[in-house]
Design a protein around this ligand. Structure first.
Ligand code: HEM
Length: 968
């Protein structure tokens, strides 16, 4: 690589650079730095690294960027890399990928520093600091909420935008059924019954912004609105970036699917596009690239989660109008050329496929306004609505509106419970199926009755049944407690009568049902945060970071870092500069953890006083500022950004064939291979019932998920039957649809998305090859072939250095990044700017250790996953017995009614509680007890030996040597 783009890479590496931000930040950072360094370096350590640590301590940290084009990019100065990871980290700096992944201790045992030195601590704490920098910058530069953006930019009544906490746009409109109840035309403030529990549509989570996060709100964006919808050509930078090379169907989505995403098969005749040999034959074979340390339960868990968080479809339907999905053209010598019949046959795509268009909320041109001499659009060119509530409220189980709630069946014998019906394999009961008179899309017939039934799979069936049982387990435990101590205070309170004690005997079935919903939602959030994510991102920094999100670093294994953060909290907590307090709140929250922030209020201080032991809690249910006071929206109402949906397009996680095993009849033996396509929708329910929950848990628990890489789309999803479409083929290629939907919704292409997220840009397809791999290495050959295919599909063009393509970043010399990306004017350059976001992140060859996803996806999660905790009062200031009951709060915090339980030993060097999902499974499917005994994380393949310190090897744990999946 040559020219300015190369120097652009170096810019952020060589010291502070940008002008210093406020004094507080400059004071704060060295405190953290010293903690991260440890004190001094021992004599045996690498001399250069040790000397660089001293230099780094003297120089202090780089300040947090105050302008978008001065961001950190995940790349550190030479001395920082040397101090935290020695030679390995120095070599890594040459790649576009984030530096922390090469620090000491951030990989497996081979990454560890010398014993008896502070190297591991420097590396791991350094990684945590890099991640925190990213979060602070993402909060500062990546919040774009359509309805309130103008306020965010201009501020209101003397307050800067990021400090605004209440927005008129988040009021309930006059036609809303609860309009009068929240205050109508006057001040809107939720109270009484509306704040007792999670409402069905999610209104009144925030007492003063009743509509925030509720069903039907607009998706936000994580990039400036100008960077969205690049193919419309409305924005000058986008025109310069892409010319006329991109459109809804250009480059062709089905061609991309077939050439870049298809799973190659050794025995296509045994796979038959995912159908296998029929009869669930064990002789069927569909190859897939396997994730190293994530199982199929992990794949379906995230489908289960996304159905809680977002959907663009209404009752499983898109807009009425249909659109082509490609298989029409390909790129030949830079020119889009129609596909001939021979080429169509060779590719195996289908020109007759059509699909219903995405539903849009607004598509009229957005208003523009001037601010600071700049003209800005007030929203994206088109917007879409989230058709479920954005809160982590288990709405996939309990409902997001009146219609979906009608599908939720309660037990007539005790309306606090969910209805379960016994079956031959599951006498403990499973969910009943939808009745003909239930409101539903006809495609859902035969499925379990549950609030969100779309794209039903065996994994969804499993998790819905497990959590229905868990709901009832909580209700039963509450009832047992009530039988033992009917007069005792159960902790619950009615905000309409806050002074009245509610005894166990008093709790009504409705009150208990809603308390159980809160408990289940929080348990799910906990599982996702500290169990699923730590397995998806299987290394020490992410283990600590995710646990910090949930329960904080202060009580954890990094006391110095926690202490430093605590001191900063105290400093900034008393700051009168609200903006500063907001921006740094994120850092401070790493100390105590997000969950429970503001759930205690002390007489003389703010939420930060949680750090001072011995203060008297004066939290008061009658005080809206206490009920709501622990949340922080960072100046932008909480919603999911459209790009969040994109990074959850994780279809390659799903295998084509499920390896079915029987619990109690030799768990090592695969007895059937069940095509996933044969378990789609109602057939999932039939299979779940005939196999039983325990055997399906074993099967999905032992099988590896697919790896999130190119060339790994399930074959069946490229050929998915969808009769509801009534098209020539009645089929759809979901890989092509993933690309098409992102284009319909204006997600920026990969390279600009990286720049906007504060990551380093790529300058050619060769950047998808890890430069540290030696020539001729097999892995390098694979990456080079991928780069060649990307070039074939997306093409090249002659570049024009006069065209500025972005405002997100600049070259080192301050010049603008242009169409040539550092290559000579007029040269033939790769169309790396055109690569679709999904394709780009699947192609990333360098990932932090144990990462099933890419660093680009992580960047979106860092911001959004934290925000959905920060913004939700039920995870912060209302995380209290008044809402959850005393039993419920303990259930969430301790993993159940019987207190904390520890795993034997110290997995990965930590004393560890039995994981929250393992506790749930032991309660709800107790037949699994023996199989689960050696399992530390339910999403790690159950027969895998976790080995020492974040090992990724595929080898059996003691006792599972006979498992077929370990055969060569
Ligand atoms: C049996 C397995 C699965 C099937 C049959 C399936 C099918 C589909 C289909 C047909 C769509 C397109 C909807 C549309 O835009 O018209 C879709 C969207 C999507 N799928 Fe899957 N899927 C499966 C598993 C998964 C898994 C494991 C994930 C992991 C997170 C996932 C994530 C998504 C996401 C994020 C979308 C976009 C949703 C939206 O636009 O709101 N799917 N899926």
């Amino acid at each position: 690589m040559r020219g300015p783009a190369r120097t652009a890479r170096r810019r952020s590496l060589t010291g502070p650079g940008p002008p210093p931000p406020d004094r507080g930040l400059r004071l704060a950072v060295p405190i953290v730095l010293l903690a991260a360094l440890g004190v001094g370096c021992s004599a045996g350590e690498d001399a250069r690294s040790a000397a660089d640590c001293v230099r780094l301590a003297r120089a202090g940290f780089r300040p947090v960027a105050t302008a978008r084009d001065e961001r950190f990019l995940g790349k550190v100065a030479e001395i920082t890399a040397s101090c935290r990871g020695g030679e390995r980290a120095l070599r890594h700096r040459e790649t576009p990928w984030v530096d922390w992944s090469s620090y000491w201790g951030t990989g497996d045992v081979r990454s560890r520093g010398r014993a008896g030195t502070t190297q591991d601590r420097r590396g791991i704490d350094g990684a945590l600091l890099d991640l925190e920098y990213q979060r602070v910058e993402l909060i500062a530069f990546n919040l774009f909420d359509s309805p309130t953006y103008e306020t965010y930019v201009r501020g209101r009544e003397g307050l800067p935008g990021p400090s605004v906490r209440v927005w008129p746009e988040m009021r309930l409109p006059p036609n809303h059924p609860l309009y009068a109840e929240v205050g109508g035309r006057g001040e809107q403030l939720c109270r009484g019954a509306l704040i007792r529990h999670r409402t069905i549509t999610g209104v009144c989570n925030d007492l003063r912004n009743p509509a925030m996060g509720a069903t039907g709100q607009l998706f936000g964006r994580i990039v400036p609105f100008e960077a969205t919808f690049p193919s419309l050509g409305e924005d000058e930078r986008a025109r310069s970036r892409h010319g006329s090379r991109i459109g809804l169907l250009v480059p062709d989505p089905q061609v991309i699917s077939r050439k870049l995403l298809t799973r190659q098969q050794t025995h296509p005749e045994k796979c038959r596009s995912g159908l296998g040999l029929g009869g669930d034959s064990v002789e069927s074979e569909c190859d897939y690239q396997k994730a190293s340390s994530l199982n199929v339960l992990g794949a379906f868990w995230i489908q289960f989660m996304t159905h809680d968080w977002f959907s663009h479809l209404e009752e499983g339907k898109n807009a009425a109008r249909m659109t082509d999905t490609g298989c029409l053209s390909h790129r030949v010598d830079g020119v889009e050329t129609p596909l001939g019949p021979g080429e169509v046959a060779e590719l195996g795509c289908r020109p007759g496929d059509r699909v219903d268009r995405a539903i849009l909320a607004q598509d009229a041109p957005p208003a523009t306004s001037e601010h600071d001499g700049q003209s800005r659009v007030a929203r994206a060119h088109k917007t879409t609505r989230n058709t479920v509530s954005a809160w982590w409220d288990a709405s996939q189980i309990y409902g997001h509106d009146e219609t979906s709630r009608l599908r939720v069946k309660r037990d007539p014998a005790d309306r606090a419970r969910l209805l379960l019906v016994p079956t031959a394999r599951d006498p403990r009961g499973v969910l009943p199926v939808l009745e003909p008179d239930d409101p539903m899309n006809p495609a859902w017939a035969g499925q379990e009755a549950t609030a969100f039934p779309d794209n039903w799979s065996i994994g969804l069936s499993f998790f819905h049944n497990v959590f229905a049982r868990e709901h009832n387990a909580f209700v039963d435990a509450f009832r047992e407690q009530a039988a033992r101590t009917p007069e005792a205070d159960c902790g619950l309170r009615d905000p309409a009568r806050p002074g009245r004690v509610i005894r166990y005997a008093d709790a009504t079935p409705d009150e208990l049902f809603e308390a159980a919903r809160l408990v289940i939602a929080a348990e799910i959030a906990k599982i996702h945060t500290i169990e699923w994510t730590t397995q998806l991102l299987y290394d020490e920094p992410l283990h600590l970071a995710m646990n910090a999100n949930w329960r904080g670093l202060l009580g954890g294994s990094h006391p110095e870092l926690g202490e430093a953060l605590g001191r900063i909290v105290t400093t900034f907590g008393s700051s009168s500069d609200v903006k500063k307090a907001h921006r740094w709140y994120s850092v401070f929250a790493s100390g105590p953890g997000i969950v429970g922030l503001g759930s205690y209020v002390y007489e003389d201080d703010s939420v930060f006083a949680a750090f001072t032991p011995g203060k008297r809690d004066v939290w008061d249910l009658a005080n809206p500022d206490h009920v709501n006071g622990g949340t922080n929206h960072f100046g932008s109402p909480f919603s999911f950004p459209e790009e969040f949906v994109t990074v959850y397009r994780l279809h390659p996680l799903v295998p084509d064939l499920l390896e079915y095993r029987e619990l109690g009849q030799g768990p090592d033996v695969v007895r059937k291979k069940v095509p996933v396509v044969e378990t789609f929708r109602g057939r999932a329910t039939a299979h779940a019932r005939s196999g039983g929950l325990a055997s399906w848990a074993l099967s999905l628990g032992r099988q590896r998920a697919g790896a999130l890489v190119l060339g790994n789309e399930p074959r069946f999803l490229q050929d998915l039957p969808l009769p509801r479409l009534r098209t020539e083929t009645n089929r759809i290629d979901v890989a092509a649809l993933d690309i098409l939907r992102d284009r319909e919704r204006g997600v920026p292409r990969y390279n600009e998305l990286r720049r906007q997220l504060g990551l380093r840009q790529l300058t050619s397809f060769d950047d998808f090859v890890d430069p540290r791999l030696p020539p001729g290495a097999p892995e390098r050959a694979v990456q080079e072939e991928r780069a060649r295919r990307l070039r074939e599909v997306y093409g090249r063009h002659r570049c024009d250095a006069s065209l500025v393509i972005t405002d997100a970043q600049r070259n080192e010399d301050g010049s603008a990044i242009d169409d040539c990306l550092g290559h000579p004017h007029g040269s033939l350059v790769d169309n790396v700017e055109d690569v679709d976001a999904v394709v780009g992140w699947l192609a990333e060859p360098v990932r932090p250790h144990g990462f099933a996803i890419s660093e680009t996806q992580l960047q979106v999660f860092i911001l959004t996953a934290s925000r959905r905790l920060f913004s939700d009062r039920f995870f912060t200031s209302s995380f209290r017995p008044e809402f959850y009951t005393t039993l419920g709060l303990r259930w969430v915090e301790e993993g159940g009614p019987d207190g904390k339980v520890m795993e034997p030993g110290t997995p990965n060097g930590h004393p560890q509680e039995v994981s929250p999902l393992k506790r749930v499974l032991l309660r709800t499917v107790p037949e699994l007890a023996a199989e689960l005994r050696p399992v530390v994380n339910v999403f790690d393949p159950w027969a895998r030996d976790r080995g020492e310190y974040y090992a990724l090897d595929w080898k059996p744990r003691p006792g599972a040597e006979g498992d077929e999946s370990f055969r060569p």
